[in-house]
Ligand binder design. Structure first.
Ligand code: SF4
Length: 483
């Protein structure tokens, strides 16, 4: 059996220990309830749902989302990525072709719908889990959308009021040269012809970050001008922005919902417990085998700029303030530094402190982060969005995101020091000036890992680390055992 197949079987075997319930054909549903196999999930499921269905369907969908995440990180080719996802869908969330009986299709579409809403309830309560959920749901939607027939896509888009403004021919003429520069054509003549004959949409630029990153859309005054050929990016942007808003709304109303039906509390808690995906916890520090002595090497080779900055400051100053210790300490914990090694690492680094001072002032906090003191909560590593948005560094602090918090001069100097070529420094600085900090970090990864396959936007320092490590250390067995 090939390694890839063996991994897939392992995942499925682990998941199958749970008693799963069958999808029942549903004759109560009308075709108008689920006219398409793709769904923006704008309305709650229309039928009665049992508690058993909520839990089981959600756990099945979670398997799919975890496999998608792992496939994104680990699949060496697009074909393997798609094969992995299709196998997961066939097993956990099958969606028959439109030629099978309606009642069977209705049962499957209902399960898809319920499972999405149940996970939305379970993962709306923390920014990290909701970010993770939105990211994987977007990948799932993209996969399904690409499989759908053109005719069905067209009918589907007509039902979801997309509100894209078609660019007026006069306006198009005025910005023609900018649009041409965003076309991948070798000669100006073909680019000019292409722009003249293509339909363009004007949308809010936040909706198409990937196109902006690839310089495939012209941006002016907060609007992006997108050719119809890039419709998939537009649809995905819509899906993502609507889902993000809906999950925020769910987060606001969740306590009231749970008060109304307290039976949901243990079910959602159980679903949440199954999630150990991108929370990067390393519970009680028992899950890793990184040695304190190896931290310097792995951080220099594989950590993102934010963690390298903290590491360098720690080596230079023999100390880090609280914000830096939290950001860096939780990152190290999540990459596998067990508590014993963490205490040794920090004590060795803080050479300006006596052993007594270290024990008194710092050891408690380190143990606290590992869930061994106080409330005994094992804290998760910070995501990019948390680092970028919260607790900006003050003078003498080194935490935060260099792309967000460094002055332009300091960031440029750091990039040159790290041997980034001039034209690419300019590109990175343009992204930073446009407030695309995570895109800049993703670009930085691509520049410093030229042989790595294309990656999606960096959302977490630990994802950066894992992606970088994946180049040199093939630990696919560990990562693929997501059951
Ligand atoms: S984008 Fe995220 S991973 Fe990259 S430097 Fe900023 S905080 Fe670190």
């Amino acid at each position: 059996m090939s390694q890839s197949n063996k991994n897939t079987v392992n995942r499925f075997a682990a998941a199958s220990k749970r008693r799963r319930i069958d999808i029942k054909p549903d004759s109560t549903l009308e075709e108008s309830d689920y006219p398409f196999r793709i769904n923006f999930y704008l309305r709650p499921p229309p039928t009665d749902i049992t508690l058993e269905e909520i839990e089981n369907f959600a756990l099945d969908r979670l398997q799919v989302l975890k496999i998608i995440e792992t496939a994104k990180l680990r699949s060496k080719t697009d074909d393997i990525y798609k094969k992995d996802i299709q196998m997961a869908l066939d097993r956990y969330l099958p969606m028959q072709s439109t030629h099978t009986s309606w009642t069977k299709q209705a049962g499957e579409r209902r399960k898809d719908h319920i499972s999405h809403f149940a996970l939305r309830l379970a993962y709306c309560q923390s920014e990290e889990s909701s970010d993770w959920f939105v990211q994987q749901e977007c990948a799932l939607f993209k996969f399904r959308y690409e499989q759908e027939l053109e005719e069905n896509k067209k009918r589907f888009l007509a039902t979801v009021s997309l509100n894209w403004k078609v660019v007026d021919p006069q306006v198009k003429k005025q910005i023609q040269s900018h649009l041409e520069r965003c076309i991948c054509k070798n000669d100006n003549t073909s680019a000019a012809l292409y722009v003249a004959s293509e339909t363009y949409y004007e949308v809010d630029f936040e909706k198409v970050p990937d196109l902006i990153q690839q310089r495939a859309a012209y941006v002016n005054k907060g609007k992006a001008y997108v050719p119809k050929a890039n419709q998939l990016s537009l649809v995905l942007g819509e899906f993502k922005s609507r889902l993000s808003k809906m999950i925020q709304a769910t987060a606001k109303s969740i306590s009231r919902k749970l008060e109304e039906d307290r039976r949901l509390i243990p079910i959602l808690a159980n679903i949440e417990k199954q999630y150990d995906g991108r929370m990067y916890t390393n519970t009680l520090g028992s899950g890793g085998d990184l040695k304190a002595a190896d931290v310097d090497m792995v951080v220099k080779q594989h950590a993102p700029l934010c963690m390298q900055t903290l590491h360098n400051a720690l080596c230079q100053n023999k100390h880090l303030k609280h914000g830096g210790r939290m950001q860096y300490g939780l990152f190290l914990k999540a990459i596998g530094l067990p508590i014993k090694e963490a205490l040794s690492f920090w004590q060795t680094a803080f050479t300006i402190k006596t052993e007594e001072q270290f024990q008194k002032e710092y050891a408690y906090n380190i143990r606290h982060n590992y869930g061994l003191e106080g409330k005994r909560v094992s804290y998760t590593a910070y995501s990019c969005s948390k680092i970028i948005k919260e607790n900006s560094p003050s003078s003498g602090d080194y935490h935060g995101c260099p792309f967000r918090h460094f002055s332009q001069g300091n960031l440029e100097a750091t990039l040159y020091k790290n041997k980034i070529p001039v034209n690419q420094v300019k590109e990175l600085m343009n992204l930073v000036r446009g407030s695309h900090y995570q895109m800049a970090c993703t670009k930085y990864f691509e520049i410093t890992h030229p042989d790595h396959e294309k990656i999606s936007i960096i959302e977490h320092p630990n994802t950066y680390y894992e992606l970088s490590l994946g180049e040199t250390d093939d630990c696919s067995d560990d990562l693929m055992s997501t059951g």
